[in-house]
Write a protein that binds this ligand. Structure first.
Ligand SMILES: *[C@@H]1O[C@H](CO)[C@@H](O)[C@H](O)[C@H]1NC(C)=O
Ligand SMILES: *[C@@H]1O[C@H](CO)[C@@H](O)[C@H](O)[C@H]1NC(C)=O
Ligand SMILES: *[C@@H]1O[C@H](CO)[C@@H](O)[C@H](O)[C@H]1NC(C)=O
Ligand SMILES: *[C@@H]1O[C@H](CO)[C@@H](O)[C@H](O)[C@H]1NC(C)=O
Length: 681
């Protein structure tokens, strides 16, 4: 699971065990029995290390702390590293008694490890063009004659002056320059003289500079007859250049302050394939009527996060992907999408669209459309006339109250239907609404007002998300036609045991994941499918697991029953033992007074924190040789109530967590202080 620790241990002291979600290792050096110096490294994109001191006390407790406060404060965000000691690594050079004592109760220390996530640029959701693929990155020799200082140049005509704090356009550029990288500088002005001699320029990257419309003499661009890739994102342009060369293939003007585009900015460009205009200040009035006149090969247009009220007119017919997210669209004029037979993806979320702003022909001509995103609008019904090849339909976060029988009649190829965060009630969903949707496998209806499982759910559904509704009852036949369902999420509804029919789940023969968390169940329902691999019933009022409730679940790998009222005798004898595939058992936040005695041999992770456990007997883990993690915080354990030999044979153990929250633990105060300190950081 984790990379093997690199352990040049110079003194035969315990091997540290680690638990790091992102992977990492420890390097240790121990000068004496009582202190070791360690370095913990986390690998998350960039590797960072933090030194810390480990002090081993004679009574068996170990404290870990960073070697200097300064190191602990730097580096955000942070990871917690749980360090444990493994007894088998101990050399008998130490007095036997004290070593055993030292190791029988394993250390628990949180070490703060710097963890820098890989830097990600803050960007819009829209797919950003890949900017530098056209610039050769392998620089060949010999260097050409003319190369501006601070830049690097190749014989092939690539000039790289990226991020060198230029405030002016480099003078003396060779006429042979074909790829010019000037991104991440402070260039505020470009004149005709600067660029008009660069007849061979194909790529001009000026992203992230200080260019304004006044500072950009756009007559200069007309001369660049080979220019194919123009990147001007992240500048301060308020108007687009009036004329760009007809050789243009891709143009990126994202994240400027554009209010105006001209007919020859993007018009008359037969090779133009992609235009990025998201995050600007464009309004309808700022666009020419035929913005892409004679630019028939445009495939990708992003205009998200502007101030458009209507969909731009006369879009070219080869358009493949159109992004109009986060504008002010209220209506889609008749015919707006009539001439787009190749459009596959249309993104319209987070606008002001309502049903009056569209009609039964708005989308009906989009014969290639596969993905339509209308989420975060103000629709009250599913739009009529949806195109027949739709695969993915986003309608979440609208005000949809009903689903009539014919609402989805045209979309026979639909595979994903996302209707969550609407106002659907069960009785306002027509039983025939999903009929004929033979490919629909994922249906999200969470956060609606459903009181029952809707009738007529799609028969081939595999994933059904019904969480956060008001479902209080599951009748005998409510789920009886869902033969192919593999994942059913009914968490956070109002289910109680008397209202869940004993046979409600009988037909779900391939169900793998079931979530009944956050309901009002008092006992684990009988008749759950035996095919289950994951069962979650946390945050209920479970006080019993009735005899046989988990019988025959041979594939169950994970069962989460945290935050209930389970006691030892509320679980039938042998319940866990028969779960022969179980690897994770979570019984945290219950009322158990002992560690369950019938744990299955397959168990790897046992969560028992926040119970009432007061002893760990020697035999506690006899039957679980594969266990990797044992979590016992916040119980009633003391040093003397934990038998030293309980863990001795657990050769796979990676994390034993009994550190805080138990009574009588030494250094409790220090650990609390540490926790506080970490929170403050
Ligand atoms: C489109 O461009 C052509 C010239 O290529 C011109 O004749 C025509 O008027 C333009 N159409 C519009 C609507 O601007
Ligand atoms: C749209 O509805 C009108 C009547 O309101 C009807 O005449 C027309 O045929 C419908 N169009 C489509 C594509 O269904
Ligand atoms: C949503 O649409 C309804 C009419 O369908 C309208 O009354 C309401 O004002 C709209 N809400 C917003 C935020 O536009
Ligand atoms: C049920 O959905 C919630 C919310 O998406 C998720 O956190 C939970 O893991 C799901 N349950 C299962 C068993 O996948």
């Amino acid at each position: 699971m984790f990379p093997s620790p690199v352990l040049p241990v110079t003194f035969p002291l315990p091997l540290p065990l680690l638990s790091l979600t992102s992977g990492g290792y420890l390097v240790w050096r121990c000068d004496s029995f009582s202190s070791c110096y360690g370095t913990a490294c986390v690998r998350t994109g960039r590797q960072t290390c933090s030194a810390f001191l480990l002090t081993l006390f004679a009574n068996g407790w170990v404290r870990t702390e960073a070697s200097s406060a300064a190191e602990r404060r730097s580096g955000e965000p942070s990871n917690h590293l749980v360090v444990g000691l493994e007894s088998s690594a101990v050399d008998m050079a130490f007095p036997k008694h004290s070593v055993l004592r030292a190791l029988s109760v394993l250390i628990l220390a949180c070490v703060l490890v710097h963890c820098q996530a890989p830097l990600e640029p803050a960007e819009e959701d829209d797919v950003e063009p890949i900017k530098e693929t056209n610039v050769p990155t392998v620089f060949a020799k010999p260097e050409p004659v003319q190369c501006p200082p601070e830049c690097s140049c190749t014989a092939e005509g690539a000039v790289d002056c990226a991020g060198v704090d230029l405030t002016e356009f480099p003078a003396e550029l060779s006429e042979e320059t074909r790829h010019l990288s000037l991104q991440n500088n402070k260039i505020a002005e470009i004149t005709v003289e600067h660029i008009s001699h660069l007849h061979q320029l194909e790529t001009l990257n000026l992203q992230n500079n200080w260019l304004t419309t006044d500072g950009l003499e756009d007559e200069g661009f007309e001369m660049l007859e080979e220019l194919a890739y123009l990147y001007l994102a992240n500048n301060k342009l308020t108007s687009a250049p009036k004329v760009l060369p007809s050789s243009l293939v891709s143009a990126d003007f994202a994240a400027n302050q554009l209010t105006r585009i001209y007919p020859y900015t993007f018009g008359h460009k037969p090779k133009l394939r992609s235009v990025y205009l998201h995050n600007n200040k464009l309004t309808d009035a700022g666009l020419p009527d035929h913005m892409f006149n004679a630019s028939d090969n445009l495939e990708i247009l992003t205009m998200s996060s502007n101030f458009l009220r209507t969909v731009p007119r006369n879009l070219p017919s080869n358009l493949y992907r159109l992004h109009l997210k986060s504008n002010k669209l209220e209506k889609i004029p008749a015919g707006a999408f009539d001439n787009l037979p190749n459009l596959r993806e249309l993104y319209l979320p987070n606008n002001l669209l309502n049903n009056e702003g569209m009609d039964n022909e708005t989308f009906s001509q989009l014969n290639s459309l596969e993905c339509l995103d209308l989420s975060y609008n103000n629709l009250s019904v599913v739009p009529k006339g949806l195109p027949r090849n739709l695969v993915l339909l986003h309608l979440e976060k609208n005000s949809i109250r009903s689903l009539p029988g014919d609402a989805l009649i045209s979309v026979r190829n639909l595979e994903y239907l996302l209707l969550h965060n609407n106002k659907l009630r069960s009785r306002s969903i027509h039983p025939a609404a999903f009929q004929g949707l033979k490919k629909l496998h994922t249906l999200h209806m969470y956060n609606n007002l459903l009181e029952r499982v809707p009738r007529g759910l799609p028969r081939r559904a595999k994933i059904l998300m019904l969480l956060h509704n008001s479902i209080s009852e599951i009748g005998r036949n409510d789920l009886s036609l869902l033969y192919t369902l593999t994942e059913l999420n009914l968490s956070y509804n109002q289910l109680t045991n008397p209202k869940v029919h004993r046979e409600a789940f009988r037909k779900l023969r391939v169900l793998e994941k079931l979530d009944l968390s956050g309901n009002g169940l008092h006992s684990v329902p009988m008749g759950l499918p035996r095919s289950l691999q994951v069962l979650e019933i946390k945050n209920n009022q479970l006080s019993s697991i009735p005899d046989g409730a988990l019988t025959g679940m041979e594939k169950l790998g994970k069962i989460i029953l945290s935050n209930n009222q389970l006691k030892l005798n509320s679980v039938y004898q042998g319940a866990w033992m028969e779960l022969s595939a179980l690897t994770t058992l979570d019984l945290s936040g219950n009322q158990l007074s002992h560690i369950p005695s019938d744990l299955p041999e397959s168990l790897e992770y046992l969560y028992l924190q926040s119970n009432r456990i007061s002893t760990v007997p020697a035999s506690a883990f006899e039957g679980t040789p594969n266990i990797k993690g044992i979590f016992l915080r916040f119980n009633r354990l003391s040093v003397d109530s934990v038998d030293e030999s309980s863990f001795a044979h657990l050769s796979n153990l990676q994390v034993l967590d009994i550190g805080t929250g138990n009574t009588d633990l030494p250094f409790k105060r220090d650990e609390e202080d540490d926790d506080k300190m970490m929170e403050e950081e």
